[in-house]
Ligand binder design. Sequence first.
Ligand code: 8X3
Length: 248
Amino acid sequence: MKTVLITGATSGIGKATAKKLAKDFRLILCGRRQEKLDELKSELEKITEITTLNFDVRKKHEVFNAIQSLSENFRQIDILINNAGNAHGLASFQDADLEDLEAMILGNTLGIIYVTKAVLPFLTKNSGHIVNLSSIAGKEVYPNGTTYCASKFAVEALSKGMRMDLLNDGIKVTNIAPGLVETEFSIVRFKGDEDRSKTVYSGYQPLKPEDLAETIYFALMQPEHVQLADITILPKAQASATQVLKNI
Ligand code: 8X3
């Protein structure tokens, strides 16, 4: 049975993906909240073999130490799902808090670089697969999202470049760019303001984390010779990063 490492597995898309994959894969669940990892582990270990790694993708040494601490039976990783990521603030570039901007570049861009560099020595050659979670914000820039978008444009470049550089190693790279998905994303972006977060997802049907889990599963279950390179997935009510039809 293949082994999948998922970052950001404690909530949202990562958690839904862990649940979806449990019937077919062994799982390495990674996240910052150990109690959430433990909860998910105890739920899913009835179905498959699970281990957890507690680290913050923004902390280089934590990332490498955690991945190098994997026990012998989890040291061969077939699939890496770079899911962890966040937005911090939605403000003009001139007004945005510099620490928020640093956190997005660190978490969304450097985080993928750290985790992928740490996992690559353990990633199966000739049938390995990396899935990077980008965003519609990796395809289009929108006002007040400058650095968030920059962090996701970088993910797009990382996906394309990894696909080139890992071609000879037989490792597939799938880039997934979702639009509006209802998760803790906006609560984090708006620093705990649940009312403001709810307005982002009201008046239309946003994507659910489970929709993304289905998409990731679909990408992983393709025949060995098929590489889904780039998938953009939007709610029916969304046409672009800034165009959402509400009250339909
Ligand atoms: C999250 C989607 O539209 O808020 O990546 O940028 S959006």
